[in-house]
Design a binder for this molecule. Structure first.
Ligand SMILES: [Zn+2]
Length: 97
């Protein structure tokens, strides 16, 4: 199944990834690892404060729109055995991370 992700502000199909944060835990509620890949490079640490999942794994895809000046995040998080997708952090005129 394919789905085209659209801008939550203007509906354009032309969005671009600008960075990704990945959060991985060894087991539920455990310490974990965080990796960020963006235009400036790669960072790896154990800071789980931005994890969209409070207890499991998660990832954030940072996106910008080609047709308007909004940015937003697409999050993927584990919650009670389910994988949840959510659009968050919709911002006007914000610089890409
Ligand atoms: Zn847009």
């Amino acid at each position: 199944m394919n789905a085209i992700h659209t801008c939550p502000n203007c509906g354009s199909e032309n969005t671009h990834h600008t960075g990704v944060d990945v959060y991985s835990r060894i087991q539920e509620d455990d310490v974990g690892h965080h990796a960020r890949v963006d235009r400036t490079g790669v960072t790896v640490d154990t800071n789980m404060s931005g994890n969209p999942s409070s207890r499991r794994d998660g990832l954030i895809i940072h996106l910008c729109c080609e047709m308007c000046d909004f940015t937003h995040d697409l999050t993927v998080r584990q919650h009670k055995g389910q994988t949840l997708l959510q659009i968050t952090n919709i911002r006007a005129g914000a610089d890409a991370p």
